[in-house]
Write a protein of this length. Structure first.
Length: 150
């Protein structure tokens, strides 16, 4: 069974075949036009690898790799994916998105996540920028009130 998923330039799912529904566990009506393809991959893999994979697909016409995916029920599996760019009526026209053809494989795929990706994930999850903006007024008022405390 092969999964075929087509997405636009932002990763929004525009179409999928029955194999994709069976492989990932989602009905088309629940994800087409609503969800992004990042739904199917662990977040660290997306952060670290996907932009490079898409760049390679754009430069060479396709990118083939082995990776891990996540089903709707939360279970993970190993797969080989081929990513190709899509164009509006031929390669001379603007790119419209990407096509991913996924095939489940029976081997253990271990994607090494580097420390920079883990830091970026931590910053994104904790929303450091928002937290610092929220805490700044507290510190400023505290400093103001403490100036007369000596």
């Amino acid at each position: 069974m092969k999964s075929v998923i087509i997405c636009d330039m932002e990763g929004l799912i525009t179409n999928l075949n029955d194999g994709a529904s069976q492989m990932f566990g989602y009905a088309p009506k629940n994800i087409v036009g609503i969800k992004r393809v990042s739904l199917f991959s662990p977040g660290e893999i997306v952060l670290q690898n996907v932009l490079g994979w898409l760049k390679d697909a754009n430069e060479t016409g396709e990118h083939v790799t082995k990776t891990n995916f996540v089903r709707k029920d939360g279970s993970t599996f190993s797969a080989k994916i081929k990513i190709t760019p899509n164009f509006a009526d031929g390669k001379d026209n603007p790119q419209t998105g990407y096509c991913g053809i996924t095939e489940e494989i029976k081997e253990d795929v271990n994607i090494k996540i580097n420390w920079v990706t883990k830091i970026i994930k931590g910053v994104a999850i904790t929303r450091v920028g928002f937290a610092s903006a929220s805490l700044f007024p507290v510190f400023a008022i505290g400093c103001y009130l403490c100036r007369d405390w000596r």
